[in-house]
Design a protein around this ligand. Structure first.
Ligand SMILES: [Zn+2]
Length: 296
């Protein structure tokens, strides 16, 4: 789906902190990426419509698969994902040992699966993934956008938003909705790519998370804090948790959704092989998780 420059609308001010001090960074796949001088967030200046996003996410094939879900969710990668989820759980239960949990962007329910002991709810936009979660958690899974989600009457003790905020067209609105759905003092856990890590700085424009229009926002600690504060949250702490993945998946990441063909070929060549299955424990601080509470 091609939108001509004439039809295109652009953000004139920062969607997070609302000031006009935007600095042009670079253009990628026809999208203009700018940095806000005030809060430090980088974002896609083009106002991407829901129709465009539906078209983008509907696009088939691993090569253009948003966030490479089909790669990360392959049977053999699930245990790798759970390695991260269990670490996250150990931090959550220190603050909230039990209660009602909502996972926004719950996918096939893999994070919910490790959160036994909680009353588990999820929201998932992709029908295919949401149906898998529904088989396990029934009506507690809502398939659709978070905007359309009507929560149960009782408020949540904890809400997690993992690998979701970078995709959203209005992150502050998403955080506002989380705030409304949480009990006073409830815990919010948000995981995004961290543009302030050294790896992102060295990679510059080549950083693997710079994939518009899958990702529309690129956060760092400052802009993430700002986003949460706008929605009346108090940040408790940040964590860079290690991920475990196969060597072949590392090449998939480097291929930036298949765009850089040499890496993609390497991924395809190694996938499922003995070498490809070498386990990598990765902590490049490229993913940051923030823990915050709803202000009383
Ligand atoms: Zn800003």
């Amino acid at each position: 789906m091609i939108i001509s420059d004439k039809e295109r609308n652009y953000h004139q001010k920062c969607p997070i902190c609302k000031n006009y001090k935007l600095k042009y960074w670079f253009k990628l796949k026809g999208f203009t990426i700018v940095k806000c001088r005030e809060c430090g967030v980088s974002f896609v200046k083009d106002i991407v419509t829901q129709k465009e996003l539906d078209y983008h996410y509907g696009a088939d094939l691993e090569v253009v698969n948003p966030a490479g879900d089909s790669v990360y969710l392959k049977e053999q990668n699930i245990e790798n994902l759970k390695y991260f989820y269990r670490k996250l759980k150990s931090l959550i239960v220190k603050k909230v040992p039990k209660g009602k949990l909502l996972d926004v962007g719950c996918n096939a329910g893999l994070f919910l699966d490790v959160m036994d002991g909680f009353d588990r709810y999820g929201v998932e936009r992709s029908t295919a993934a949401g149906m898998v979660a529904k088989e396990k958690y029934g009506d507690k899974i809502f398939i659709g956008t978070f905007e359309d989600y009507k929560a149960p009457e009782v408020l949540f003790d904890c809400i997690s938003v993992q690998d979701v905020l970078d995709h959203m067209t209005n992150p502050v609105e998403v955080m506002n909705k989380c705030n409304k759905l949480l009990k006073s003092g409830g815990l919010l856990v948000v995981k995004v790519h961290d543009m302030s890590c050294l790896y992102a700085k060295f990679s510059g424009k080549k950083f693997y998370a710079l994939v518009p229009p899958s990702h529309l926002f690129f956060f760092n600690r400052t802009s993430l804090t700002k986003t949460l504060e706008k929605a009346s949250f108090k940040v408790l702490f940040f964590k860079h948790l290690a991920h475990r993945l196969f060597l072949s998946t590392v090449f998939f990441r480097l291929s930036r959704e298949g765009e850089r063909k040499t890496f993609y070929k390497l991924y395809r060549a190694l996938e499922g092989t003995f070498i490809g299955k070498i386990m990598i424990y990765k902590n490049l601080h490229d993913l940051i998780t923030v823990f915050a509470v709803k202000k009383h």
